[in-house]
Design a protein around this ligand. Sequence first.
Ligand SMILES: [Zn+2]
Length: 148
Amino acid sequence: MSQTSSITVGKPGGEVWVACARCNGPTCHKVLAVVDTSDESPDGDIRVWDDYMVVVCPGCRTVSFCIESTNTEDWEWDERAGDQQLSKSYTLYPSRQAGRPEMDGLFDVPHGIATIYRETLAAIEGKQAVTARQPGTIWRRRSMRWSP
Ligand SMILES: [Zn+2]
C-alpha cells in the first residue's frame, strides 16, 4: 500500500461467478460483505483494485472468502460488450479448482497415501505447477528448463 491507496467498506448484495468447493463447478455466489481497496503508481499510469469478499454459494450455502483483482495492465475481449474490458482474476479461500473434487472413499486409503493425495490436490488447486507437476508439462532434465 502507498499514500495513494484507499480502503472502503462496500455494500453487500452483488454476485460473482466462482468455483464452489462442494458443488464441483462455478456457481453464482452472493456477496455477503465486501471491502474495496485501490492503489496506483506514483505517476498515476497504473491502477490496481482488490475487492475482498465474503461470498456464499446459493446451492449448498457454503461460505468462502474471495479476492477479485483487476488492474489497468490486464485487458480481455468481451464478446457481449464488443469491446476490451479489464480482466478480473479470483483467489478463493480455501483454494479449489472447479471440476476437481476430492476423491470418494479417501478414508479407506492408507494414511500416508491419503496425505500425499491431499497435498498434491492442494498444490494443484493452489496453482503450484512445479510441486503438482500439472498434466501437459514436462521437466527437461538435460536443459533444466521448464516447458509447458
Ligand atoms: Zn455450492
